[in-house]
Unconditional design. Structure first.
Length: 340
């Protein structure tokens, strides 16, 4: 009965609104299954040029799938092992951070006398900082509960990656005339990821050396964090800056405490405005607001995995919908070489 009172345009608008509500809810509820599948597909697209190169020299498709599966899972495992010390460091520093926060608020309360009560409450709560830190750590029961879930998601990831690399040609052959566009989008994502990985690795090394020169504790871990979090544009560097501000306030006094964050800010600004546009070749002809919203949406949807895959997925779809985007980006870089 309702359709008789609504025009076709109104029905389409309502259907679009319902779809925009239903799709994010479905993606959020399906996170344990969909997130590892999408992550595996992105990894498979990134390694697709290498798979094609191995196929041209006569390596069997099964051998290519097994080899790339072993290489990618080993690299991801190595990255996780490298990030673990940084997380342990943050957990160990929680009591120290609480004590520093109490001192800062106590200093401010000398100027703003209206917050003396709040300062006393924080100082009282600081006495149990160590126990609070320990209680925040996952228990054995929590670990046993999370282990099967992680194992299932890891199994989904490796299964999707293996079969995608193994049957990628057959899958693309099914779509017929869309196959050239799909392969072009794959190459765009692979080139982007390879270039950004190179830039991030250099940024991590330089950040570690600069922090080591300044005298920041755990300089190597800060370099690793800078390299990894730089995959999340805007949000990652912001997290590093906040962390370095806290670290500087804990280690140094006066204006020198802001030096680590300022040094990283200069490095990140130079990387984002000069190095990355030169290395990537201005291929990211996308709206910065769209990039930021996509990363925030991916972070809310699937956590760190969503934030990492958001930009490659967005780039893949944009190249698929606009195959001439890369040519437009190159011409724009020639007309406006200073823009990023």
């Amino acid at each position: 009965m309702l359709t008789t009172f609504l025009s076709d345009r109104a029905q389409r608008v309502m259907l679009l609104i319902l779809t925009m509500i239903a799709v994010p809810i479905g993606l959020y509820l399906g996170k344990p299954v969909i997130a590892p599948i999408v992550f595996a597909l992105v990894v498979g697209i990134v390694v697709s040029p290498l798979a094609e190169r191995l196929a041209t020299i006569g390596v069997p498709r099964v051998g290519i799938a097994i080899l790339l599966l072993l290489v990618t899972t080993s690299l991801i495992g190595l990255l996780v092992l490298m990030v673990e010390p940084l997380l342990n460091m943050l957990i160990e520093q929680l009591p120290r951070l609480k004590a520093a926060a109490a001192r800062w608020i106590d200093t401010l309360s000398g100027v703003l006398r209206g917050i003396e009560t709040i300062s006393k409450e924080i100082e009282a709560a600081n006495g149990g900082g160590e126990s609070d830190t320990k209680s925040a750590l996952p228990s054995v029961r929590d670990a046993l509960w999370l282990a099967p879930n992680f194992g299932a998601q890891f199994f989904i990831f490796i299964g999707t990656l293996f079969f995608f690399v193994l049957t990628r040609n057959e899958i693309y052959a099914i779509v017929g005339h869309l196959e050239p566009k799909l392969r072009r989008a794959d190459r765009a994502v692979a080139r982007y990821f390879a270039a950004v990985t190179l830039v991030n690795a250099c940024l991590g090394v330089i950040t570690a050396l600069v922090m080591l020169t300044i005298g920041v504790e755990y300089a190597m871990l800060w370099g690793l964090a800078a390299a990894v979090l730089n995959y999340m544009l805007y949000l990652g560097p912001f997290m590093i800056i906040c962390g370095l501000i806290i670290s500087g306030l804990l280690q140094f006094a006066g204006a020198f405490s802001l030096l680590p964050a300022a040094a990283y800010l200069i490095l990140n600004f130079s990387e984002a405005n000069f190095v990355t546009p030169w290395v990537v070749g201005q291929r990211l002809a996308m709206n910065p607001l769209g990039i930021f919203v996509a990363i925030v949406f991916g972070l809310w949807l699937w956590g760190p995995v969503g934030a990492i895959v958001a930009l490659p997925v967005m780039l893949w779809f944009e190249v698929l919908m606009r195959p001439d985007m890369l040519n437009e980006a190159k011409s724009a870089s020639r007309l406006h070489p200073a823009e990023s």
